[in-house]
Design a protein around this ligand. Structure first.
Ligand SMILES: [Zn+2]
Length: 141
């Protein structure tokens, strides 16, 4: 099945994940709904649960930034909008593109309650982003 387009797919994703949010587990009916709606991208997202990491990092009172950190890179996620930073790397059809697996994986982790929350001072923004980018530090603190 062809993946569908944003932004109404964010609402569909939220609807499917409402069961996960209630139960804090991923069940087979949720997996089947995700695959039915998003096809192979859903399978990639489920695979990414194993190796990926999701973060919500607060910088002082000013910034609250969400990330999905995959094997090769990290991506800024805007959870309410369907935006993932990988759009800058794969810009073809950017306006009408489908949700990527980073975004679906982040939302799944958010629904499971396993997004790691970290806080830093606002002045730490640059180095934290650099550390995330190059994975120099273990953010599992
Ligand atoms: Zn992405």
């Amino acid at each position: 099945m062809e993946p569908k387009k944003t932004p109404n797919t964010v609402a569909k994703l939220n609807r499917i994940l409402s069961k996960v949010r209630r139960r804090r587990v991923t069940t087979i009916d949720v997996v089947l709904d995700l695959i039915d709606e998003f096809g192979h991208v859903a399978i990639q997202a489920l695979d990414a649960l194993e190796e990926g990491r999701a973060y919500r990092i607060r910088f002082g009172r000013a910034y609250n930034v969400s990330f999905f950190v995959g094997n090769r890179d990290y991506y800024i996620i805007l959870p309410e909008t369907g935006y993932c930073g990988c759009i800058s790397k794969y810009a073809v059809g950017a306006v009408e593109r489908s949700l990527c697996y980073h975004f679906i994986a982040f939302k799944l982790m958010e629904s499971l309650g396993i997004v790691k929350e970290l806080s830093f001072e606002k002045r730490d923004f640059r180095w934290v982003i650099d550390e995330l980018k190059y994975k120099k530090i273990d953010m599992d603190i």
